[in-house]
Design a protein around this ligand. Sequence first.
Ligand SMILES: [Zn+2]
Length: 424
Amino acid sequence: MIFNEKMETMPREEIEKLQVRGIRETLKKIKESNSILKKKYEGVEPEDIKSLDDLKKLPLLEKDELREAYPFKHVTVPDDKWMRMHMSSGTTGTPIINVMTRSDIEQWGEVMARCFYAAGVSSKDRIQITPSFGLFNGGFGFHYGAERIGAFIIPIGAGRSRLQLQFLKDLGTTVITAIASYPLRLMEVAQEIGFDFKETNLRVAILGAETWSDEIRKRIEDEMGVDTYDIIGMTESGGVGMGIDCEAKNGIHVWEDHYVVEIIDPETGEVVDDGVEGEMVITTLTREGLPLIRYRTRDITKVVSRERCDCGRTHLRIDRIKGRTDDMLKVKGVNFYPSQIEAILMKYTQLSPYYHIVLEKVKGKGSMTIVAERRNGFSSEDLDRLSNELYDFLGFHCHIQIVPEGTLERPQGKAVRVIDKRIK
Ligand SMILES: [Zn+2]
C-alpha cells in the first residue's frame, strides 16, 4: 500500500531536483525572516545552491543554537500564522520549541499518513494511540496521520496500562502506536493479570522515540504477536513521521521530498560515504515555523540504500538508529552504546527487558555494573555465559548484578537505561 504514489515512487533524479528547489526555499524563508539564525547564512544566496552537493557549503546547525533561541527567537513566521507548539523533552537542558503553522500541521499529517500506509495500516484499522497528547509530539502526530487515512482513532494517551489492555480487547484495536519501550510494560501487566494478546485483533505496532535493539523488537513481536515498524522523527523536524521502515524491513525510508538526510563524521563534520556510520544531519524542505538547514540530530545511523526498494518506494533508506552521540558511553577507554549492551542481554529470554547500566568511580577508577532482572530459570551457567559474552564485547570485566523481576523502576515515559554516578 502506498499513500502518495506519485511522490513516494518518484525517480531519484526528480527527487533530487525537488530537493535543490526545497533547500533554496528553506534558505530564503530563513533569510527573509526575523529568526536569529539568519545571520548564519550571510553571504550565501538561495541561487548559490545549484546542486545537492552545494548543500555542503552551508554551515551545520547545532542543538544548542536552537536552545539559545528559546522561546521564540528562531521562529520564521509572523505570530498570526502560529497554530500550536511542540517541545523537546528538555531533560538535558533548555527545551527547544517548534512553532507550527497550518501548513506545518498539514505536512505532518501527510508524512504520518505515508508512515501508516508503509506499515500496512488503512481506513479499516482501529488505532490505539498511547503516547501523550501534549507538548511531546507523539500523540498528535499519530492522530493527524490516522485522521488523514480515515482510520478509527482511540486517543487514550499515555499510562493506565490496565485500561490500555482492556481497550485492546474490548474495542477491537488492530494497531498500537507507542514509545518503543512501552509495549514491554504492557506485556508485563498482561502477564500479571493473565491477559492474552492472542485474544485480541492486534496485528501492528508502530514504535519510536527511543533506540530499541533488534532483540527487543523480536521480543515484542513474539510476545504480542504483532508486526512492528520503526518510526523516526523529532520535535525539531516537525515531529514523528520523518520516516519509517516498510514491509521489506530493509531500512527506514526517509520522505525525501520533505527532508534531505546527510550522514557526517561527528568529529570532523564531513559527509561520509553511503554505508558508513555517522551522525544524521537533516534539512527540511517544506517546513515553515522552524525550517532547518543541516541540523545535527545526534542520531547515529548510516545510509543503507538509495535504490528502489522492494516495496516500490524510491526514497532512500537509513539504518535503524543505533544510539545518539551523547548516549555513547566511555568506560576504561572503550566506547560503546547502551543498545549494544541491550542486544547482548536480550538474547537471554530468562531476563526481563528492564536493566540498568550503572557507572561509578571507585578509588579513582571507572567501574561498570549491569543490573538485570531474573525472570525464570536464569542459571549460574547462564550468568557465566553472559559474563563471557560481555567480556568479549567490552574487553574488560564488568560487574553483573541479577535481581528479582520487578525490582527496577518502570518509568512512565522513555526508558531509563543508564545511571551515571561518575563526577563529570
Ligand atoms: Zn520499502
